[in-house]
Design a binder for this molecule. Structure first.
Ligand SMILES: Nc1ncnc2c1ncn2[C@@H]1O[C@H](COP(=O)(O)OP(=O)(O)OP(=O)(O)O)[C@@H](O)[C@H]1O
Length: 815
């Protein structure tokens, strides 16, 4: 039994090996009974029968095993029969005698074989039942989804009892940071500004201002301090509320920022025997220089403070004479050196004949032992950055050595535009104060003793309505212990659960609370001048004028009569520049007259052709003046004044001319502020405006910054501004100092989306406003009548432009 059981095992092994070696199927290796085998069986009678039987049994078993592994038990019971029939079927002539010899033994063999077959059957049944059992087990395991791999027999180690190795008590896991990130990327002083409501008001007398100044303020009608003044003045003046550091101030346009720094500056500068440049105010345009100077002079009245200004419209030599003085300083040593001093090889390269002559003259005028030393002859200088750089570079003795205050107004513009790298030049000049020579005798002494020389940095006050929070740009100003003051309501509250918005580099801009904003839909923009005209006529009081009744065609034939000065082309004296104090500054100005080759309004309108025919054909003047503007804006048309913004100087001059051509009654009311070579023209327009002679000014963005046009009631954005900042500054020319004001923006279809997304967006946009923008959809009244006038006006304009931009001779200039 042991042998017979060993036999299939060994045979299995051999099959397995074969499969492993040559990869062929088991069946190929399984021997099958053939004729040869049968012959071999009979011829080997002499072999022990047991061996033969074992071999037979082994073959049979193998066959049965193979079948049982693959098919049903039915096949297995067939296997002996099959071997017998194989034998039966193997009959042929050659084999007959051998079969006869065997036949005697056959009956005996049959009984033996039966027994063997029975044994075999039993054995096979056991194997088969084992196989079935294992099949069942694996199937149930599968069904239970318990696909655990069979555990290998592992010698299990005795459990180790940890002694003294218990896990150490651990602190509780830190909870997730529930704090919401705010202002992550900005320094604390920018992240935590001092925010004050626009409603905040104080009496000037409560701010620590000296009585003499209080008297001046009262005389000029300044009764109460605005929010920015109430907050900033105490921080800058000596006293308990003083902030020991620099200030950055962001407050809406027209909120009174100028007075908030001028008052403390004038108060802080002690009277001294001779002026020294102690206060420097830098602003971007000439007009702002003038405005700031006026406020400084007002506040410094009666004091001995000298106020000066420096802008690019004056020759630098003339300005040097006005700004500088020559002090005679007793210094025998220096006097001696200068007497002996001859230009060396290196000096010749820097030799300037004019300087040499003037120095020689100065020396001759000096008393023995004295040397002349040029010194700025002002206490406060208000200047544009370009001219400041010119003086720092080319004016002998012009230094910032004694500077105590540095004020930068409209800081975002000044920092965004390079203006001859003015910040670097100013900072270098402040650095030169650290040299021992700058400290005079004590400086040399301290330097010899290797003691530190620490000049006091001037106090810096940085202001803007659209203050930059670009840390890199602010860092260039080397602010010391800075504080940010924001005048305006709290930023809109975010929804619960939202992360508070951090201050971005652009921050939010506040508009004056008294400002009303409107958009005027102008279709595809081709008739924009007509929409503008309609709007203007609804706002501005037009004097009855016989000329106004005339058609433009008439005016074109008798041009000299019909046109007036102010709406002129660029060579007209009333077309003015508000800025450009130095050549480079002029070139670098980005937000203004980059004189686009693209045409202005008029070229837009040139493309216009069809007027809708369904409009009334009545051409009466009165009907054309009916414009659907808001009723509240019609109040007091006699006092209304309009500032119209265009995208370029060319647009501005053409538009003002077109207005005059379209409606001659308006011609003597229109002026322009644009870039041109003459600055006196700017003054003329502004003077005419202040005298009430003109009520409409067409301007570029040069007029958008800081220009304080008293009682301006309306701003019209004829061309949509190119940025949120520009919009804020443009509309900020009205609704100033708590007065009412309206801003209209003419918006063509293609500009609508940008405008509403960038400018019109409320709380989640960049602009904070009290009321949302109202949309107006006016219809052009008397369209067909306007059309003919418009076409004629364009013809005249075209002729003028072709004639080298010169308009036909005008009869009168603005008075
Ligand atoms: N306390 C006050 N009471 C009455 N009027 C004032 C007061 N302070 C300033 N104003 C007037 O308000 C107007 C606007 O002031 P200012 O030009 O200083 O504004 P601003 O904030 O500098 O504006 P912008 O940002 O446009 O330059 C000026 O006409 C000024 O005379």
């Amino acid at each position: 039994m042991a042998d017979s059981s060993a036999s299939p095992k060994s045979s299995k092994k051999s099959h397995k090996r074969k499969r492993e070696l040559d990869g062929s199927a088991v069946t190929a290796a399984t021997p099958t009974p053939t004729k040869k085998q049968k012959q071999h069986k009979t011829s080997s009678e002499d072999k022990p029968k047991r061996i033969k039987d074992e071999t037979d049994a082994s073959h049979k078993e193998e066959k049965a095993q193979k079948r049982s592994a693959v098919s049903s038990a039915k096949d297995k019971t067939k296997s002996p029969k099959k071997s017998k029939s194989a034998k039966d079927n193997a009959g042929d002539g050659d084999r007959e005698p051998i079969e006869e010899i065997d036949s005697a033994k056959e009956s005996q063999d049959v009984t033996e074989k039966d027994e063997e077959a029975k044994l075999f059957k039993d054995k096979h049944r056991r194997i088969f039942s084992k196989f079935e059992k294992s099949l069942k087990v694996s199937e149930t395991a599968k069904l239970e989804g318990d696909a655990k791999p069979e555990k290998p027999d592992v010698i299990t180690a005795e459990p180790v009892i940890a002694q003294g190795l218990e896990p150490l008590p651990q602190p509780e896991a830190a909870p997730d940071n529930l704090e919401k990130p705010t202002y992550s990327s900005v320094p604390p002083w920018l992240a935590e500004p001092l925010r004050v409501s626009t409603e905040h008001r104080k009496k000037f007398s409560d701010l620590g201002i000296e009585s003499k100044l209080l008297q001046i303020l009262k005389e000029h009608g300044y009764n109460e301090a605005f929010a920015v003044q109430s907050t900033v003045i105490p921080l800058l003046l000596k006293g308990s509320e003083r902030h020991p550091g620099d200030l950055c101030i962001s407050a809406a346009t027209g909120s009174g920022k100028t007075l908030s720094y001028v008052l403390p500056l004038v108060s802080a500068l002690e009277p001294i025997p001779a002026p020294r440049l102690r206060g420097l105010i830098v602003v971007p345009t000439r007009e702002l220089v003038k405005q700031a100077r006026e406020v400084c002079e007002l506040c410094a009245a009666g004091s001995r403070l000298q106020i000066g200004s420096a802008v690019g419209n004056v020759a630098i030599k003339d300005e040097q004479q006005l700004l500088m003085r020559l002090d005679q300083v007793y210094s025998p040593k220096a006097f001696q050196m200068r007497q002996e001093d001859q230009p060396s090889g290196d000096d010749w390269t820097k030799f300037n004949l004019q300087d040499y002559i003037s120095e020689a003259a100065d020396l001759n005028e000096s008393l023995p032992g004295y040397i002349p030393r040029p010194e700025p002859n002002v206490d406060i200088l208000i200047c544009t950055p370009g001219r400041l750089v010119d003086h720092l570079r080319y004016t002998k003795g012009f230094t910032l050595q004694h500077l105590q205050w540095l004020v930068i107004d409209e800081a975002d513009r000044l920092l965004n535009e390079s203006f001859q790298e003015w910040v670097d030049v100013v900072m270098d000049s402040l650095d030169s104060r650290k040299s021992p020579e700058a400290f005079g005798f004590t400086g040399n002494l301290l330097s010899d003793l290797r003691l530190p020389l620490k000049p006091r940095e001037p106090r810096k006050v940085i202001l803007s309505a659209t203050m930059t929070r670009d840390v890199t740009k602010l860092n260039s100003l080397r602010l010391a212990n800075p504080k940010l003051v924001l005048i305006g309501e709290e930023a809109p509250t975010v929804e619960e659960g939202d992360v508070p918005l951090p201050i971005t580099s652009d921050g939010q801009f506040s508009l004056p609370l008294t400002l009303k904003e409107f958009t005027v839909s102008v279709g595809d923009g081709s008739k924009k001048p007509l929409y503008l005209l309609q709007l203007l006529l609804s706002l501005v009081k037009v004097e009855p004028n016989s000329k106004a009744k005339r058609a433009v065609s008439e005016s074109s034939s008798s041009e000299s009569e019909s046109t007036s000065s102010s709406g002129s082309s660029s060579d007209d004296s009333s077309s003015v520049d508000s800025d450009s104090d130095s050549s480079s500054e002029t070139d670098s100005s980005s937000d203004d007259d980059s004189s686009s080759s693209e045409s202005s309004s008029d070229s837009d309108s040139e493309s216009s052709s069809d007027e809708s025919s369904d409009e009334s054909s009545d051409e009466s003047e009165s009907e054309s003046e009916k414009v659907p503007v808001k009723s509240q804006d019609k109040a007091g048309p006699a006092h209304t004044s309009v500032l119209i913004f265009t995208k370029s100087s060319e647009s501005a001059s053409r538009l003002s001319r077109l207005i005059s051509l379209l409606h001659p009654s308006l011609s003597n009311k229109v002026g322009t502020i644009i870039k041109s070579s003459t600055s006196s023209a700017s003054r003329k327009t502004l003077t005419a405006y202040r005298q009430g002679k003109i009520s409409v000014i067409v301007a570029t963005d040069r007029a958008s910054r800081g220009l304080d046009l008293q009682s301006l009631t309306h701003v019209v954005n004829y061309d949509v501004p190119n940025s949120v900042t520009t919009y804020v500054h443009r509309v900020g020319r009205t609704a100033r100092a708590g007065k009412e004001g309206s801003a209209y923006t003419l918006v063509a279809h293609r500009e609508g989306r940008w405008f509403s997304q960038e400018i019109g967006k409320g709380s989640d946009g960049k602009i904070k406003r009290l009321n949302s923008i109202e949309r107006l959809n006016p219809k052009l009244e008397n369209a067909s009548g306007l059309k003919s006038r418009y076409t004629a006006a364009l013809d005249v304009l075209e002729t003028e432009v072709k004639a080298n931009g010169r308009k036909v001779p005008t009869k009168s200039k603005q008075k």
